[in-house]
Design a protein around this ligand. Structure first.
Ligand SMILES: NC(=O)C1=CN([C@@H]2O[C@H](COP(=O)(O)OP(=O)(O)OC[C@H]3O[C@@H](n4cnc5c(N)ncnc54)[C@H](OP(=O)(O)O)[C@@H]3O)[C@@H](O)[C@H]2O)C=CC1
Ligand SMILES: CC(=O)N[C@@H](CCC(=O)OP(=O)(O)O)C(=O)O
Length: 301
């Protein structure tokens, strides 16, 4: 029997995790420990639940996640943090099992796992294998564009979109210092920070991360197929990541309510340029679905 405490269980990510745990077969033997909603921000009440839990999943703003980690000090509880607070921190294992062949084993043995960000999940999945294969130089200038469903901004944004019916679409992060950049750069293996332009559309869930490349700028002038074959090799056998043929049009919300991600290399007929795309549900493989993958790994299930 594994006792799980979801700190922030009433929020968007917390609720998604709770629903996924409740849908698992009983034989997995999970017991959910819930806090009295009136005490959800009370340090003593949270520490008491942390003391009873085998794994605590943090679905909190960054500062609150740091506070819970401090509260858990000295207790025998493993932590899976969905916030941005610990993604490149020492002593934490990055919870993207598809990152490397041994990443699943690292997650299995870890006491502290950082669940990846939604945009980084797509960007890193596209870039890391290409950088490692030498097809994209580590110091290449990379631009990343992305669109997310409005649920990516949490409960208050969801309420605002559903109450006011908009806005239809907007770019943000235009100071070019989005909180996901350190994580994207670090795990993609890039020495130069990319330009990252996220956006939000008026749809609840879904995401496309896209990265344009001029192939003549890359060493050895690879073909679109070279890039695609490298991605295929990297994700062969992965349950949640698929490399699929290019399509002339991609809908951002086609994977809503799934925990999978699709990667594609779209090239022009002359083979001069490509756009790499990753499509996922920001709340699925981008958050709660990834957390369940990590939880099951941490418990050896
Ligand atoms: N939504 C997404 O697509 C993704 C979100 N994440 C990350 O997951 C985390 C949670 O985000 P999300 O679920 O979207 O946010 P929400 O705003 O939907 O939920 C956050 C929850 O945390 C609670 N909370 C806030 N402060 C505290 C505190 N000090 N102590 C205890 N509980 C607190 C909130 O309660 P109350 O509302 O009462 O304040 C709320 O229930 C964030 O770090 C976010 O960046 C990660 C990947 C994707
Ligand atoms: C649409 C939107 O606002 N998205 C959020 C990212 C989602 C999220 O909260 O990401 P973390 O995984 O890093 O916590 C943002 O850009 O800040």
């Amino acid at each position: 029997m594994a006792r799980i405490f979801i700190d922030g269980e009433a929020g968007t990510t917390g609720l998604g995790i709770r629903q996924r745990i409740e849908a698992l077969p009983e034989s997995y033997g999970f017991e959910l420990l819930s806090i009295d909603p009136a005490l959800r921000k009370d340090a003593e009440a949270r520490r008491a639940l942390l003391a009873q839990a085998d794994i605590a999943i943090l679905c909190l703003p960054d500062d609150a996640a740091r506070e819970t980690v401090a509260l858990a000090e000295g207790l025998n509880v493993r932590i899976l943090d969905a916030s941005t607070a610990h993604r490149i921190a020492d002593g934490w294992v990055y919870g993207l099992p598809e990152l490397d062949e041994d990443q699943g084993a690292l997650i299995r043995g870890a006491t502290h796992v950082a669940n990846p960000g939604c945009y980084p999940t797509g960007a890193i999945a596209l870039l890391r294998p290409l950088v490692r294969a030498g097809l994209v130089p580590a110091d290449h200038s990379i631009s990343i564009n992305a669109v997310s469903g409005y649920s990516g901004a949490g409960r208050s944004a969801i309420e605002a979109h559903e109450r006011d019916g908009g806005p239809a679409f907007f770019l943000y992060g235009l100071t070019l210092e989005h909180k996901h950049l350190p994580e994207i750069q670090h795990y993609s293996g890039l020495t130069r920070q990319p330009v990252f332009v996220p956006s939000v559309g008026h749809f609840p869930q879904g995401m496309i991360v896209s990265i344009p490349l001029h192939l003549a700028d890359l060493p050895g002038h690879p073909t679109p197929r070279d890039l695609e074959a490298t991605l295929e090799k990297a994700y062969r056998g992965c349950d949640h990541v698929r490399v699929l043929p290019s399509e002339p049009k991609l809908l951002a919300d086609a994977l809503a309510n799934t925990d999978n991600m699709e990667l594609r290399v779209h090239g022009n007929a002359q083979g001069e340029k490509v756009v790499l795309t990753a499509r996922l549900d920001n709340l699925g493989k981008g958050a709660s679905g990834a957390a369940i993958q990590n939880l099951l790994l941490m418990l050896g299930l």
